[in-house]
Design a protein around this ligand. Structure first.
Ligand SMILES: NC(=O)c1ccc[n+]([C@@H]2O[C@H](COP(=O)([O-])OP(=O)(O)OC[C@H]3O[C@@H](n4cnc5c(N)ncnc54)[C@H](O)[C@@H]3O)[C@@H](O)[C@H]2O)c1
Length: 240
């Protein structure tokens, strides 16, 4: 018996890295998992640009009702090169680089959540996990546009979680906030620099473990830090 027996799950950006590890874990827990990616790596994976709202509508129309949607696809800012901090000064971020980062990392989460919510609300239950980043909680100077996008989606998770809880809807939205994870996203020079700085580099399976904890705890609007051996909920004072 798996924790996700008979559940249907969609993972965006599920062809690589963190998404791929989560797909494997969800399948091992008994789920039927659909993978949607800009660059599908096999014939059973679906093509999707998460930043395209029309593509979201078509995808959701083609799938059975979903119990869990993991909005994971994301990129670092194109043109980011490693070197002195900040690695990519704000003034060197081109219009195109800014817009493509916003499209994948923010539009992809906003449009994705908006596309899947009606069916979850109608069925009375659902879970949405957003892969944000530790860069959604602290100001990483190395990639300002990326950090902007990750703060934006943490804000979306907090706000949507609060709105769903107020409505009494049993749809839970949470943010995964890992530190540096050993995936193609940070391959090469970034990986080597991070390692040389003594910053822990996390295995993707560990992030999948955190995703399972999120699905078990179901704390609406929560953010989960994954750092070295630690998986913990990020708690901040409630002002409103
Ligand atoms: N690797 C890290 O250190 C790290 C740390 C914290 C958060 N994250 C976040 O984790 C998520 C996954 O990153 P990863 O490290 O596994 O990277 P990755 O490059 O291995 O995987 C990202 C996947 O997303 C897909 N993708 C990119 N743009 C897309 C789009 N517009 N539409 C659909 N799919 C798209 C890519 O094709 C790729 O398969 C990202 O949101 C990233 O910001 C990564």
């Amino acid at each position: 018996m798996g924790t996700l027996d008979a559940k249907t799950v969609l993972v965006t950006g599920g062809s690589s890295g963190i998404g791929k590890a989560c797909v494997s874990r969800y399948r091992a827990e008994g789920a039927t998992v659909f993978v949607a990616d800009l660059h599908p790596r096999s014939s059973d994976e679906l093509a999707l640009d998460v930043g395209d709202p029309a593509a979201w509508a078509a995808l959701i129309e083609s799938l059975p009702p979903l119990d869990v949607v993991h909005l994971n696809a994301g990129i670092i800012t194109p043109g980011r090169t490693i070197g002195a901090i900040p690695a990519l000064p704000l003034t060197d971020v081109t219009d195109d680089a800014y817009r493509s980062t916003m499209s994948a990392n923010v539009d992809g989460v906003f449009f994705g959540a908006r596309a899947v919510l009606p069916s979850m609300t109608e069925r009375g239950r659902g879970d949405i996990i957003v892969t944000a980043s530790i860069a959604g909680l602290v100001g990483l100077g190395g990639d300002i546009a990326y950090t902007t996008t990750k703060h934006a989606v943490v804000g979306l998770v907090k706000s949507l979680g609060s709105s769903l809880a107020q409505q009494g809807v049993d749809v839970c939205v949470s943010a995964l906030c890992p530190g540096f994870v050993d995936t193609p996203l940070i391959a090469g020079a970034v990986h080597d620099l991070v390692a040389a700085m003594g910053i822990p580099i996390i295995e993707p399976d560990r992030v999948a473990e955190a995703a399972m904890q999120i699905l078990e705890v179901r704390a609406n609007g929560s953010q989960w830090i994954v750092w070295d051996d630690t998986i913990r909920q990020h708690l901040e004072p409630e002002l409103l």
